[in-house]
Design a protein around this ligand. Sequence first.
Ligand code: ADP
Length: 629
Amino acid sequence: MANKKAQPKKQAAAAKPAPAAVTKPAAEKAAPAAKKAEPAAEKTAPATKKAEPAAEKAAPAAKKAESAAEKAKPAAKKAEPAAEKAKPAAKKAKPAAKKAKPAAKKATPAPATEEPKPVVEEPKPVEQEPVQPKEEAPMEQPYTTPRRSIAFIGSECHPFVKTGGLGDVMYALPRELVKQNCDVRVILPRYACIPQKYQDQMVYRGEFYMDLGETGRSYYVGIMEYICDGVVYDFIDNQEFFSAGNPYISLVDDIPKYCYFSKAALAALNFMNWIPDIIHCHDWQAALVPVYLRTLFQDSPVGRAKTVLTIHNLRFQGIYNIPTLRYWTGLPEEVFSMGALKQGYEDANMLKGGLAYADRITTVSGTYAWEIQTPEYGEQLEDHLRYHSYKLRGIVNGIDYGMWNPATDPALAVNYDITNVLDHKWENKLALQQELGLVQDQGKFVIGLISRLTNQKGLDLVNAIVPELMDGNTQVIVLGTGDKQYEDTFRYYENAYRGMFSACIQYDESRAHRIYAGADALLVPSRFEPCGLTQLNAMHYGTLPIVRETGGLKDTVEPYNIFTGDGNGFTFDQYDAGLLLDAINRAKTEYFVNRYHWDEVVQRDMAKDVSWQNSASQYKDLYLELTPW
Ligand code: ADP
């Protein structure tokens, strides 16, 4: 969910004025002084006997259903966040508007302006959405909360483009919000790598030109629209920025790209004259949106929207030198202060600026919201986050039950649900073993690992213990791509333990589904994990998670208690290979010695509500707090 690569240094590319067609060729270079490229641093028998449904402990399973561009005359009002040190009081409100400054250059003409709605600062208490059954709510069901309009702005969204959990969230949350009386538009870059079948269904919605920073150029902004399941997707089209085969290339390319995208997204809302109550932006790629909104766009129609910025992974922040960011954004000088974008002596941090200017900050679990305020997890923004903690909260992700449902999943060899998982899950295991060339034996304990292969994911711990894991009764399946050192090590193990270890160095959605269904346990030993989706997918498929107690893993996996039989999976706390091995061994013991209890947990995990419904209603509450009319 972020720019997962370190970047080589090179001159940033710019372009010449784009032609008026819907798709534009990239062009000449303008290039600011790309002084430095900062690494994005970092993004037996089958269960022959059926266990009693784990019903008492789990939730009752089976029943649980379950307008013109930025503006013609942008008199940009400067809103400068209060200096952190000067005002330690946590509750001290948002950035104070200091002075008005005639600003930005003209963009495209701005149509219809609407009177801003009055904003009452006091949040009004909002009633909790009642928990609804798992199945989709019937359309005629009356809504319990007022309607709100939300623009999602982010860099990836399944099924168009996805590199990690952000893509899942951008897909599932808008769909769930639509069911909860929200009007949602998702604004995305129109990357060339979006599958042709979606490109073909996009409808031309309009185009305009927009200035960008100090480039002195006018940039083409095309809007291509696609509507699906009540969600409107607006793709910002500009081939100069979005023609690569991958959304993230290197910071030197990505910084101008997402400066352009963030500004174009706001200008597109004005152009379409669709002014949302809330603009919900995601990660560093869209973090400049609140900054633009409270400066260059403050007096344009979209300026009346409230903003929410969600941190999906704090490791990726969009850091570059100040002159380059100034060149590409054209933001007023005060945003490059220590209270907002400035970091260290010479850098500007896009995420840091967004955190300062957003009305609310969320991250994807309560534990991670706390962790990122500490030096260990704060990625050097812990002080900044503590200063803004009054507007920070954690809302855990869910998974989309339409996309992740073992009863209907077309990728599986055999479909199953909570009532027959013990009869059919092993068939998926055998099919998976066959597919991957592993020894076909339903009695083996199969451990899956589905992950980006990066330092974040605790793979050094895994590598350290593989030889001890391979006891003849255990098979390991790794699915992922990433750092070469991990790819090579897993390939080595595949070679060393033929038939028992499978290294699938690839990104393969349907294979991921089959691993969730066919494995007995799924490893997530992350160094840090904002939320984590793989453990949720695994539980929903009756595969027990073995996780480190950090971030969302801690919030979603209750440790199995051998005395009471409670819990959802196996956990360990300190980042230590020995503790990981111990957790795996505890899981194996339950599997081989206490299968009855293991099977109970399988069913309990399948019954656990990991849907988006509850999380989406928390987001809806947040939107209503910000718009209490
Ligand atoms: P992150 O966003 O940090 O990569 P998450 O656990 O939040 O991790 O989300 C990862 C998502 O990407 C899950 O839906 C997982 O199934 C999917 N995924 C990760 N690697 C692969 C892969 N190699 N092939 C298919 N899906 C993958």
